[in-house]
Design a protein around this ligand. Structure first.
Ligand code: PLP
Length: 438
């Protein structure tokens, strides 16, 4: 079968996510190595999106492949009522790296958030969950309702009890302030929401450690300490969704570790196995774990704690440690930040750049002074489409959404490859500058 036939068969017999099917335009992926994947026609693509911001250790890492093969030979499946070696070992490793106590394993991030919401409700006996508008928490009914971004519109009214707040989006502050003189209204307005909703009705505040697909919003340094204090004041749990921002993407296991706070519950997936096997986790604090010692945990999944997924995760964590991947993230992240700042200074269309580790975004504007977005919220524009097409024509695989383009390569990328991709981004931005001047 050639690539055209593979794509046609995929289109004839399968449905593509988040797509009007007739407009789906998939690449036939046939292989990969490190920061590159190969298409069926033999082209090498530089993966500046780490697939779905998950293949952190890069494509086809031999140590993770080996661990999967070994576990398949030893024991391929165990029902979730059984104990298995990889399950216990992974639970212990996750407790160590997060400072929390126990893990409940799922198949991915959506299910992790679904179960985190359920656990928070069971633990507190309260119903409501506060989430933020610029957020994505998954595509199952509860997680999709909990998401703030437009993807939730498709399932509304969704599950009851979700209340939304604004985000720490300093470039377009919803309160019209600047971070150097504001009073952190992005936190204080949440206290007002808590009072209006009734503190005794609110189980948890669910936030992405660092908001990913809604614009990479890096909060001010005191945002999390203030949010943590608010949760403590009202007995509300803090659920930290680290599905995208966790496991090395920002140079730490959890993005919230940069801020010196401890969440009550962490959800993770993606970088937990670098996507090699499907796996998510809800990691809970000691006090929540203790609660379920004598109370039923109303939840389960046939594939919870899948031995092969757990083995893949352990090997993936080993790679992070043995190959000192987070050191690479921190040093290359510094270089990436410098290059992004230079782009902001150089190109009229670059309104803002936000970055931490190898997690970054370029926000494009039509006018630097007015900050008019280059594409509307939840929409696109000819200029953004041209930028995306240019990157694609140079075999750079990038995540482009609304008026933003992300730079999130595998964490094993070399500086040479990072620069190679960023050079192409600069060519694309020059093209956009010409278009907006014309
Ligand atoms: N939470 C965040 C922050 C995400 O970015 C995603 C997916 O992109 C999810 C949850 C959902 O994870 P999954 O697609 O594995 O269900």
């Amino acid at each position: 079968m050639d690539s055209k036939e593979v794509i046609q068969q995929n289109r004839d017999y399968t449905l593509f996510s988040w797509s009007v099917q007739s407009q789906a335009n998939p690449i036939h992926i046939a292989g990969g190595k490190g920061a590159y994947f190969f298409d069926g026609d033999g082209n090498h693509w530089l993966d500046f999106s780490s697939q779905l911001i998950n293949i952190n250790v890069g494509h086809q890492h031999p140590k993770v492949l080996e661990a999967i093969k070994k576990q398949v030979d030893e024991l391929c499946f165990a029902a979730p009522a059984f104990a298995s070696k990889p399950r216990g070992e992974l639970g212990k490793r996750l407790a160590e790296v997060t400072g929390l106590a126990k893990s409940f394993f799922t198949l991915g991030g959506s299910e992790a958030n679904e179960n985190a919401i359920k656990i928070a409700r069971l633990y507190t006996g309260r119903d409501k969950i506060i989430t933020r508008y610029r957020s994505y928490h998954g595509a199952t009914m509860g997680s999709m309702t909990a998401s703030g971004d437009p993807r939730r519109w498709a399932v509304e009214p969704g599950i009851p009890g979700v209340v939304r707040a604004f985000d720490p989006y300093c470039y377009r502050c919803p309160f019209g302030k600047q971070p150097d003189w504001c009073h952190r209204e992005c936190v204080s307005h949440i206290e007002e929401i808590i009072q209006m909703e009734g503190p005794h009705t609110i189980a948890a505040i669910l936030v992405e450690g660092i908001t990913g697909s809604n614009g990479l919003l890096v909060p001010p340094d005191d945002y999390y300490p203030k949010l943590r204090a608010l949760c403590d004041k009202y007995g509300i749990l803090l659920i930290d969704d680290e599905v995208m921002s966790g496991f090395g993407r920002t140079g730490t296991y959890l993005a919230t570790q940069h801020y010196g706070i401890q969440p009550d519950i962490v959800t993770c997936a993606k970088g937990l196995t670098s996507g090699y096997m499907p796996l998510g986790a809800v990691i809970v604090s000691e006090k929540i774990a203790q609660h379920f010692e004598n109370t039923m945990l109303w939840g389960g999944l046939t594939y919870s704690s899948h031995p092969v997924s757990c083995a893949a995760a352990i090997a993936n964590l080993d790679v992070y440690e043995e190959e000192r991947i987070f050191d690479n993230v921190n040093s290359l992240g510094h270089h990436l930040g410098q290059r992004l700042e230079a782009m902001k200074a150089k190109f009229d269309c670059v309104g803002d750049v936000r970055y931490i580790g190898l997690f970054s975004v370029i926000e494009l504007v039509r006018n630097k002074e007015t900050r008019e977005p280059l594409a509307p919220f939840n929409g696109s524009s000819p200029e953004m489409q041209k930028l995306a097409a240019y990157l694609k024509s140079k075999y750079i695989y990038a995540f482009v959404r609304f008026n933003m383009v992300w730079v999130c390569p595998p964490l094993v990328i070399s500086q040479e490859d990072l620069d190679k991709g960023l050079d192409v981004y600069e060519e694309a931005l020059a093209l956009v500058d010409d278009l907006i001047k014309a």
